[in-house]
Structures are given as structure tokens and as C-alpha cells.
Design a protein around this ligand. Structure first.
Ligand SMILES: N[C@@H](CCC[C@H](N)C(=O)O)C(=O)O
Length: 276
């Protein structure tokens, strides 16, 4: 069955977005992986699915599939595109939208200046909840990664798991080699997204992210939030941080205790029809 979709991106992290409120389909992981292929499919980092909510206090259910077909808990850049999509497609008239994800409730706000601010919720730092193999919380952990060696990292969940590694220069960071090795190391039983963070100043970082299930992307919203949380906890950053990613910039605000706020753009590229 042919379904309408929108191709969108949030600073280069690109998505196919499908409305399953007014259309019907079963999502099959192997079909998602075929469509994500940049030569033989449409090409995308994640497939975002809009569904009816399962509870009365939210507007939609938001489901996320990585390029390898795995369903995951959260996607920050996707959340901004989700808000733009449901508003532009007239699925809602609200500019403040509540969605349920596999990791909890998110609040999305379409601003007057064509940006989207997302309340990403509180970061989860308890190792067992990330999940990460450690006896107790620490702002920094030292682990031995096969093929890499002993490295220091921060571990944070923004609904999905992130490792944050500080580097001197993101341009020369070993993203292609360390990324997959850390992603699949035993310390993260559900695998992990791997961020490489360069501190420019207490209010500015540069970041590259090797995403679990998708590889390096031009931007990762949850990765930007995790990097800022980790950088603040490790004493390198102050509240209110500009994050420069290969595809553009995000503003991340965290008061050190509560929810993380992320602000950035969301763009529609084209529309099409696909057989899911
Ligand atoms: N691009 C996303 C994150 C998508 C999910 C991630 N690859 C995972 O497996 O957790 C973002 O902008 O946050």
C-alpha cells in the first residue's frame, strides 16, 4: 500500500516522516533498512512515525526507527521535525504539542521565529538506567574498549544512551574507528550513541556523533543534550551552550538539575509516496 511521506531534516540529520494517524501500515524493520539505503532506497538517518496517542493527556505517539531498522527510544532533531510536520500537515493546530515516546513524554513548542524548542526531560545519570555497566554514578568513567584501549567518557541517557568523549579537535577525532567500537562495547548492553566533543569555551562546543544504528550523522539532538550535560557535570561548561555540529547549530539550556531544553530549526525538503 502506497503512503504519503515527507522528507525532512534538522540541521542535516535527515528523516522520512510518515503520518499513521490518517494512513495505515505495519512497520517492518527490514523494509525500514531498505528504504534508508542512500543508493537503493530514499535515504535517511531515521524514520519518524506519527501515531494516535495511547493516553488522553498527549497529542500523538512518536516512534523512531534507525537506518538499520531498530526501533529506539528518542530522537531530538526528529522531535523538532515531528512538531513542524504535525502542524504543517494540519494534524493539529497547536503550537505546544505533547508527544509520548518509548522513553516518556516530550513537549514541543513551535516558536514565532520558525524554530522549535523541545523540552527533552531530565537527563538520566544512574548507570543501571542508561544502561551502563558501573557500580555507582560518576561524572566520568574510565573503560577499556576492545580495538581502542582505555578511554575516559561521560555516560548519559536522554531517553536513549550516550557516551561523551572529550577530544582536542573534532576535525581529527577518530570517529570512524572509535565510533563503532564504543557503540558495541560490552559496557553499554543496549549499545550507545558516541559523541566526540571539543570544548571551545564554557558556552560553546563542537560535536560529532557516531549514532547507534545509523553511523555518523550531520547532527544529533539527543547527542548535543548529552554532551552539554556531561560537559557541565565535568566542570567544563556553563548553562546556555551553543553546539556546533557538522550540519549546523543548536542551543542547549540545562540548569544542572531539571529538564534539558533544545532549540533549533526543522525543515521540509520534499514529499513523496512510498510502499512501506
Ligand atoms: N538523531 C537522533 C538520535 C536517533 C536515535 C539514535 N541513533 C539512537 O539509537 O538512540 C537525535 O537527533 O537525537
Amino acid at each position: 500500500m502506497w503512503l504519503k511521506f515527507s522528507k525532512m531534516h534538522g540541521i542535516g540529520n535527515d528523516f522520512v516522516v510518515v503520518d499513521l494517524v490518517t494512513q495505515h501500515a505495519n512497520i517492518r524493520p527490514e523494509r525500514v533498512a531498505e528504504l534508508a539505503d542512500r543508493n537503493f532506497g530514499i535515504g535517511f538517518d531515521q524514520l519518524l512515525v506519527v501515531e494516535k496517542p495511547t493516553r488522553p493527556d498527549v497529542d500523538f505517539q512518536y516512534r523512531i526507527f534507525n537506518a538499520d531498522g531498530s526501533e529506539v527510544e528518542n530522537c531530538g532533531n526528529g522531535a523538532r521535525c515531528f512538531a513542524r510536520f504535525v502542524y504543517d500537515q494540519n494534524l493539529t493546530g497547536k503550537r505546544d504539542i505533547r508527544v509520548e515516546t518509548a522513553s516518556g513524554i516530550m513537549e514541543l513548542h513551535l516558536t514565532d521565529d520558525h524554530q522549535v524548542t523541545v523540552d527533552m526531560g531530565k537527563p538520566e545519570l544512574t548507570p543501571a538506567h542508561i544502561p551502563f555497566e558501573a557500580n555507582a554514578f560518576a561524572t566520568e568513567y574510565t573503560i577499556d574498549v576492545p580495538e581502542v584501549g582505555i578511554i575516559n567518557l561521560g555516560a548519559v541517557s536522554m531517553g536513549n544512551p550516550h557516551a561523551v568523549i572529550r577530544v582536542d579537535d573534532v576535525d581529527t577525532a577518530p570517529v570512524e574507528s572509535w565510533g563503532p567500537a564504543v557503540e558495541s562495547c560490552a559496557a553499554f548492553p543496549n549499545k550507545v550513541n558516541v559523541g566526540f566533543m571539543q570544548i571551545v569555551s564554557p558556552h560553546h562546543i563542537r560535536l560529532r556523533v557516531f549514532e547507534r544504528g545509523s553511523g555518523e550523522t550531520l547532527a544529533c539532538g539527543t547527542g548535543a543534550c548529552a554532551a552539554v550535560v556531561s560537559g557541565q557535570l565535568r566542570g567544563w561548561l556553563s548553562q546556555g551552550v551553543k553546539v556546533s555540529l557538522p550540519g549546523g547549530e543548536l542551543m542547549i539550556d540545562w540548569d544542572g538539575e531539571g529538564a534539558v531544553k533544545m532549540t533549533g530549526p526543522a525543515e521540509r525538503v520534499f514529499e513523496g509516496k512510498v510502499n512501506l
